[in-house]
Design a protein around this ligand. Sequence first.
Ligand code: SF4
Length: 712
Amino acid sequence: DQGRGAETLTTASTCCYCGVGCGVLIEHDGERILGVSGDPVHPANFGKLCSKGASLHLTGDLDARALYPELRLGKGLGRTRTDWDTALEHAADVFARTIREHGPNSVAFYISGQLLTEDYYAFNKLARALVGTNNIDSNSRLCMSSAVVGYKRSLGADAPPCSYEDIEQADTLLIIGSNMAYAHPILFRRLEAAKAGNPQMKVIVVDPRRTDTCDVADLHLAIAPGSDVALLHGVLYLLLAQGRIDHAFIAAHTEGFEALQALVADYGPTSVAELCAISEADLRRCADWIGRSPRFLSLWCMGVNQSTAGTAKNAAIINLHLATGQIGKVGSGPFSLTGQPNAMGGRETGSLSNLLPGHREVANPEHRAEVAAYWGVDALPQTPGLSAIELFEAVGNGTIKALWIACTNPAQSMPDQQRIHQALSDCPFVVVQEAFFTTETCRYADLLLPAASWGEKEGTVTNSERRVSRVRRAVPAPGEARADWSITCDFARRLEARLPGVPSGHFAFDNPEQLFEEYKVLTRARDLDLCGLGYTLLETRGPQQWPFPEGALNGTPRLYGDGHFPSANGRARFIAETYQPAREQRDRHFPLTLNTGRLRDQWHGMSRTGTAPRLFAHVEEPLLDLHPQDMAQRHLQDGQLVEVRSRRGALVVRVQADDSLQPGQAFLPMHWGDRFLKGLGINALTLPAFDPLSKQPELKHAGIDVQPVDLP
Ligand code: SF4
């Protein structure tokens, strides 16, 4: 992988931004990253990169990097530089004392979809086997947890059944709740190219906004925010009425269809079109294209998942595929797109509080016993762990007394931000393991541990199509920064020595490959079996899709082609749930509905992309988009400063007219935290209500009011 060009070295790695998981060739001189290009042989991108990926070499600004451990010896004091030994001894002292005095559930770990699989595994083993708590959750809770529940409830396992090539092979695509032109740009380019080569291909985009993704749409359904379940049930109603149902597939491979059929009888086209605020003709056209399609593929992302009805929306999408038998075949299937580069790896290693490694469940005693036996401990904790929102509530009310945050920025990304800031401020001990000291969360770190970043560490990631790729080190980490797995294991060894009755030697890893080798055994004979994979195979054969059991010659591009599902009885399950409106509706005090989402050239809280001036050329600052009619009603002009107020907070931004929105709707990009804005960040406005099953918060629906700011 590492070859010498005319003047530079080249190391093959994987992009650290979105879940497409593009291969990147890093050009460097062994000390500094000099440039990047798309890896022509990586099957996700075949040499292409989007604007974010192509700017990776411009984001190494050392001024923003955490270079040395820093310790605060008392609240109200500043942090001072320390050495690694002192830093980790102190952390182990505080965690051990807290666990002894208040029990294992008084500490928690909040980690990230940016971490590598090996990092995740180390954290999971630390939390569950050593500390004895399930209080370990990931920012993937904000991203994909509704899809996790969706796949498990309907299909029996958390496994997206499709491949990227299915996007090119489909003849009808339903893109719902995804602006893939911005969020998954390389996949969008693959779709654009496929559509240009196939005039018969139909693309339906479901989104309250007319996003850039609509450029490829043959039909754009600008549904009322949050009405997805009604729309999808309405489509199924019409498929039933038109006889476009695969009864043989339903009889042979599914259960629960009768209950769903009875439910959707109430979702006739006239009432659904009215509820969704679309024309009945468009609804019928959508159903007609899906019903007639030999190859029907659905793509979805945050617009579906970030909702108090996120799991019902996932179920309603999968229902359409089961009802038409459109799953397990080329160009067909329900295909969620993951937001983060390794959200999938987190799901695989059990990095949500309710999961265990190998797609196991905390709630399942057999699963706990299997993992405990493998890890050589008596038992794993059975008390359910706290999910992200619950976890920070527990920090806020004093139940959690020591919190370890790795590679994520909850003070920017969590909803109802003021409460998160207060909780972090009040928490007796906050460790932040982070590459960029500039994040809002670092402000609250009592101990800041500098982490290696992209291009500086080794490991693996899994992308949206279940493809495991290597991430490789091209240059040394700056200052004293260390790889995340190494920091975690070093801390764990020190904690082992302090906790009574805990056997030692569980974290004697010298490199990430050893972590991968230990972890993969926990996937043996599970739906995601990785046992045939290893660093050597990935080195020689390139990225591979799981399942890839021992002895396999190839990975698995498509699941469920034989009609067998990984549920208890081998059948997929129809889920019948009624439409529920978004939790917070607009009213006379908050008369606009706020939607939040991504920009093309920024990534999450901008800790990395915010260091590259080139990436601000597309959009310089967060602008509130309002329909021209709403602008006129409020006598607002483009570029004017406005105060945006929700029930939870207020902030000041500029406003712009945008007729891609419907009247009554507003849009703000999600990326800006309070370090960029006067006052609070964007998520000061969003609400912490969450889906009852996935516990994913509703980041895309909040009632707001907008008023001009009177300048002195
Ligand atoms: Fe990176 Fe995603 Fe862009 Fe590919 S599409 S280069 S993975 S940000």
